[in-house]
Write a protein that binds this ligand. Structure first.
Ligand code: SF4
Length: 352
């Protein structure tokens, strides 16, 4: 089921599914009960472009903290629950906009029913999450190991468990750190359900490996038209997850906005500190609220001007200076140490 045809699900004031824009999620890594730290991190994530935030709720203090956190943030909050259905109920009573549970690990049908009953009362969506790492033994045996088919069957079993309780305000997530298995599982699942899907490559790794694995996995899944919300999972500052997710969506044409920076790989012709400059430019443009502007940072006057002409504005490095190129025209020469500030100034006064 491609994203145009999934069911719509309302999470706080956001709507996912049914062809709505793919939303970016992240997860706090503070102790949720530390309200100050959690709110501060969520506000940073909001500023970076996070649409929905998830926080773990491992104890009653965390469940109660949700009430205070919610007063001070501006995006929907998802409570992540494992093992204890009382936490799921308390999280909903304290204002969680959605809960994420694995119905297989919160203590049997009665406990699931108690959670569903509160969710139903408050019309709170439930994300049914299964992970390849916790696939049931009978499914591992049935499929001869942990497989995409097994993960999908496990997820649909859990969904059925909730549907049997007469509730269908659901989102499904299936995760695996095996990128190819994850892709295959999403392809199978999308054929079998029209619930919106939250997509992520779990335990993807550090900034370097996590970005690569997530870009391949999420990139292919999203390109196939599957996925209504995404999380890039990284071992690091969650703000990096949001930055990567935004670039991923923009690269796939699923999100507009922002300044795109292109830069050359440098070579023996480069005579300025282009690597340093490109990194500075990328950081500098992050807080400039322009949409769809392309900035080129090129190392030399051989290929630089040509490439920079393709962009809206660009720099082509020389010796201790650079050419400033705007909308295809060379505007002037700028000393190397002033290139960044001149470029910033141009962008701050940009007229389309
Ligand atoms: Fe080398 Fe110039 Fe191409 Fe950069 S733009 S890689 S410096 S030839």
């Amino acid at each position: 089921m491609y994203r145009e045809h999934t069911r719509e699900v309302k999470i706080g004031d956001r709507v996912i599914g049914g062809g709505n824009p793919v939303l970016i999620q992240s997860m706090t890594n503070t102790r949720t009960e530390d309200v100050e730290a959690t709110v501060a991190q969520i506000l940073r994530l909001e500023e970076a472009g996070c649409d929905i935030i998830r926080s773990t709720v491992p104890n009653m203090e965390a469940a109660k903290a949700i009430r205070e956190i919610k007063k001070r943030i501006h995006i929907p909050l998802v409570a992540d629950i494992h093992f204890d259905n009382k936490m799921a109920i308390a999280a909903m009573e304290n204002g969680a906009d959605k809960i994420r549970i694995n119905p297989g690990n919160i203590g049997g049908k009665e406990n699931v029913a108690a959670v569903v009953s509160v969710a139903k009362e408050r019309n709170i969506p439930i994300r049914v999450g299964v992970n390849s790492g916790s696939l049931e033994r009978q499914l591992v045996e049935k499929y001869g190991g942990v497989t995409a088919e097994g993960i999908v069957e496990s997820a649909l079993d859990k969904v059925k468990m909730i549907e049997d309780l007469d509730y269908n305000n659901l989102v499904i997530s299936i995760k695996s750190s095996d990128v190819l298995m994850c892709i295959k599982a999403h392809e199978i699942l999308a054929q079998k359900t029209d619930y919106p899907l939250h997509v992520g490559i779990t335990e993807a790794g550090t900034l370097w490996s996590g970005n690569i694995k997530s870009s391949i996995g999420l990139g292919i899944i999203l390109y196939e038209g599957i996925g209504d919300t995404i999380r890039v999972s990284l071992t690091g500052d969650p703000v990096e997850e949001v930055r990567t997710a935004k670039l991923l969506l923009r690269t796939l044409g699923l999100r507009k906005g922002g300044i795109e920076v292109v830069s050359c790989p440098t070579c023996g012709r480069t005579k300025i500190d282009l690597i340093g400059l490109a990194n500075q430019v990328e950081a500098m443009v992050a807080d400039i609220p322009l949409d769809g502007v392309k900035v080129a940072v090129m190392g030399c006057a051989v290929n630089g001007p040509g490439e920079a002409r393709e962009a809206d504005i660009g720099i082509a490095g020389g010796v201790g200076e650079g050419l400033l190129i705007k909308k295809g025209e060379i505007i002037r020469k700028v000393p190397e140490e002033e290139l960044l500030s001149v470029l910033r100034d141009e962008l701050l006064h940009w007229e389309a």
